[in-house]
Design a protein around this ligand. Structure first.
Ligand code: ZN
Ligand code: ZN
Length: 167
């Protein structure tokens, strides 16, 4: 679960280092996939990672994307999150921000991350009261985004976006 490598390194560098220490061959496919996964802070599906990786490196295969994702999740660098989208998303931000939560717009499914220190304290009190020590906490709040609240509709409503062909 935890990786033995230096946690002050970027998640991307930690991914490379973990691959190296575990004897995983560092192929151009894995490099592209890892670069794209940690290239920005967006949450992504396996299929969108495949599409974006292929734009950079047409040789990237679906099987390698899924295997690399599983590896990065096991290494604790990515986390799979269910934010109510049509397919599970991968979150590249837990490696650097292990205690963040998500607001998700009920209409356009826009995701905003937040971190609340008061919540950390409450969580630890509540879990201790019940004899537990928190290992992994994730809070998700379904909400209306500003656009939905003000205009009654979101610029990027799922109704327009969702029917994406899946192969
Ligand atoms: Zn997140
Ligand atoms: Zn919205």
């Amino acid at each position: 679960m935890t990786s033995p490598v230096d946690s002050s390194m970027t998640p991307q560098a930690r991914a490379y280092e973990t691959m190296r220490t575990q004897g995983l061959r560092f192929t151009s496919q894995r490099k592209t996939i890892t670069e794209v996964a940690f290239g920005n802070r967006e949450h992504f599906s396996a299929e969108s990672l495949l599409a974006r990786s292929r734009r950079r490196n047409p040789k990237v295969s679906r099987a390698t994307v899924y295997r690399t994702l599983a590896f990065l999740v096991r290494a604790g660098l990515l986390r799979q999150v269910d934010l109510g989208q049509s397919s599970p998303l991968y979150d590249p931000n837990f490696a650097e921000h292990p205690r963040h939560g998500h607001f998700v717009c009920v209409d356009c499914r826009k995701i905003i991350e937040f971190h609340d220190h008061c919540l950390d304290v409450r969580e630890s009190i509540v879990t201790k009261d019940h004899g537990f020590s928190p290992r992994r906490v994730s809070l998700q709040i379904e909400a209306t985004c500003d656009a939905l609240r003000e205009k009654g509709t979101c610029p990027q409503s799922t109704r327009a976006v969702r029917p994406r062909p899946k192969k």
